[in-house]
Design a protein around this ligand. Structure first.
Ligand SMILES: C[S@@+](CC[C@H](N)C(=O)[O-])C[C@H]1O[C@@H](n2cnc3c(N)ncnc32)[C@H](O)[C@@H]1O
Length: 595
């Protein structure tokens, strides 16, 4: 059903774009009739027309990656792509929001095994590609076949190594696979390199997911025996290695076991990857106070109290990420805003701006800004030392200049002698006791006429999460990893059609730190649009439009409210959201300007 509506959507978009791209075509020339068959009367004609780079580029600029990828894929089937086309093609594939009905297995294998910039946001598309294959192969569920099939599935092992899984059917396979591998004798392991490779990939996956998956009593018993043997027995390297991998598919390795594994010479590529992931995790969770406090004790009026929220982000830094998709279109902030504000051309900010990221988390937000705008300085603050350590580790590796991280509570910034052209605070103030007071501190740090991007939760869009939070409170699930695992089991046992079951469609359901942020947050407030409007008025901020990931919402809004092409009337947006309650499913993210 879902696939069918997607095909219809791509059909419609393609028809619309054929008119734009190939203006001389009298009729639409291409229709998707089934999930993987592209039928077209004039395929070659289409390919030759669309083979101008400007077409791909303009499609990409408009965010139509699915069509650009489909066109390039079609070109690729008849002639080799030029270097530039190849880069554009890969960029499209990394940014797809739904999978076009073409087989991209080989392309994703190539990208996942070679590219440095693979972002977690690609996981759902790669998962869908894997599932399509599984369904089409009428997969046999017997254990021996299961292991054989997945050990020989390159895309699956690369998926495990690259992202945390975001799909429930794949999760079931992962659980079956590790149970099967746990029972394999070391002899079978040693004869079959592909089984071993799969096991190492499952161990990397466990690390990616922060060990979210539940472990059965039976498995716990076997793991305890293994650990004991590994610790107590005189064993050889090979035995230790296989024990280590089996344990690491389930649990974070102890320091001692990790050292033993690290000391083994001549590791394979995938073993080195596992070592790196485990080291990184132990590193940022270790002594965290490596990023300086912004203010020493004497320099602030009052240190904000340590809250439950701070403790939460110390133990569960968010988000967990590996890379940011690099942008090919770095611009000045002025150019960016002039493009957004097409009706109002006078944006008075310098070419290189000073940016504050308030509540920077683990730094992904910071890097994406450094990738997007020319800047003079980026100052990033957060009160979680662990998150900052994670951020510093990633940013140092990527060598971005003039980014400074400091540990501070936003509420402590009241006497700070700094002013910024742009302040971004996304997913932060709704975790504070007093969001308006927190935002007021930030507004005072903004230049006159300066810009802010704020992200807060929508009550309407979060209805399923709010319900989940109620269930968690009523059923008394503890907020540690055991409690989160028990809650996940509870969700998975709930009726297919229940509101609680909706959680399995959130990527955050599949990683411990993310689930903590999603449904177990120590403090969370939700907003509606009238509240946003009142808050902005109170703080002297002018609303300048929502940042919507799904551009279709804005098109729909414009067609309903043609008099507000800029999308800045909050009353209209309030009625739009009532009719379209999932518009702000991630968050309300919006731009505003200091009056
Ligand atoms: C959900 S994370 C968002 C991180 C980042 N903005 C992003 O979008 O990736 C929220 C972050 O805000 C930080 N935070 C919450 N309240 C804060 C406060 N009063 N002062 C400083 N940081 C705060 C938390 O430590 C956490 O890292």
């Amino acid at each position: 059903m879902m696939l069918f509506s997607r095909i219809q959507t791509i059909d419609l978009i393609l028809i619309k774009f054929q008119i734009l791209i190939c203006g001389n075509f009298a009729k639409p020339v291409c229709k998707f009739k089934s999930s993987d068959t592209v039928k077209s009367k004039t395929k070659e004609e289409m390919a030759s027309h669309s083979k101008t780079k400007s077409n791909y580029k303009s499609l990409m600029k408009k965010g139509f990656f699915e069509i650009a990828a489909t066109l390039l894929h079609r070109v690729k089937s008849t002639s080799q792509l030029s270097d530039e086309e190849q880069v554009l093609y890969d960029m499209c594939l990394c940014r797809l929001s739904f999978l076009p009905p073409i087989d991209l297995t080989n392309d994703y294998c190539r990208i996942l095994s070679t590219s440095q910039s693979i972002d977690q946001s690609m996981a759902p598309i790669v998962a869908e590609q894997i599932l399509r294959h599984l369904k089409s192969k009428m997969f046999n569920h017997k254990h021996s076949k299961l292991l054989e099939y997945f050990a020989g599935n390159e895309l699956f092992t690369l998926y495990l190594q690259s992202f945390f899984n975001v799909d429930i059917s794949i999760e079931h396979k992962i659980r079956e696979l590790r149970t099967t591998i746990l029972d394999l004798s070391n002899d079978v392991f040693s004869c079959n390199a592909s089984y071993y490779n799969l096991a190492v990939s499952l161990a990397i996956q466990a690390c990616h997911s922060d060990y979210i998956l539940d472990i059965s009593e039976d498995e716990l018993g076997k793991l305890a025996t293994l650990e004991h043997e590994c610790r107590e027995k005189e064993t050889d390297d090979y035995f230790e290695k296989t024990c280590f991998i089996k344990l690491a598919m389930y649990l974070p390795p102890t320091e001692n076991l990790k050292q033993k594994f690290n000391s083994i010479n001549s590791k394979t590529k995938v073993e080195r990857k596992l070592s790196q992931h485990i080291d990184e995790r132990l590193d940022y969770l270790g002594d965290a106070n490596t990023v300086p406090l912004l203010f020493s004790r004497g320099n602030i009026k009052e240190r904000a109290p340590v809250t439950e929220v701070k403790s939460q982000y110390e133990n569960y830094p968010f988000p967990r990420w590996s890379n940011v998709l690099t942008s090919k279109s770095k611009r000045t902030f002025r150019e960016h805003m002039e493009h957004r504000e097409s009706s109002n051309k006078s944006i008075s900010v310098p070419d290189n701006i000073d940016i504050l990221v308030a509540g920077c988390g683990t730094g992904k937000h910071v890097i994406s800004l450094a990738e997007r705008y020319y800047y003079s300085t980026i100052t990033a603050i957060d009160f979680s030392a662990t998150s900052l350590k994670y951020a510093r580790m990633k940013v140092d590796r990527a060598t971005y200049p003039d980014i400074e991280f400091y540990q501070a509570d936003i509420l402590e910034l009241t006497n700070w002698e700094r002013q910024f052209h742009l302040i971004e605070s996304v997913g932060v103030i709704h975790h504070t006791i007093d969001p308006i007071r927190t935002l007021k501190v930030l507004v005072d740090l903004l230049n006159q006429g300066g810009w802010m991007k704020i992200g807060v939760y929508s009550r309407l869009a979060r209805r399923y999460i709010e319900f989940a939070r109620q269930v968690i409170a009523e059923e008394n699930f503890s907020d540690d990893i055991e409690g989160m695992r028990a809650f996940r089991n509870f969700v998975l046992k709930s009726r297919e059609t229940s509101d609680l079951r909706k959680l399995i469609h959130y990527a955050d359901f599949y990683n411990t730190n993310h689930l903590k942020d999603l449904a177990f947050n120590a403090c969370e407030k939700v907003f509606d649009i009238p509240q946003l409007k009142a808050m902005l008025e109170l703080l002297g901020l002018e609303f300048r439009g929502f940042q919507l990931d799904n551009k279709r919402h804005l098109s729909k809004y414009r067609s309903i409210f043609p008099e507000d092409q800029a999308g800045i009337n909050l009353d209209n947006w309030a009625s739009f959201e009532t009719e379209n309650p999932d518009t702000f499913i991630g968050m309300y993210q919006f731009w505003c300007k200091k009056k």
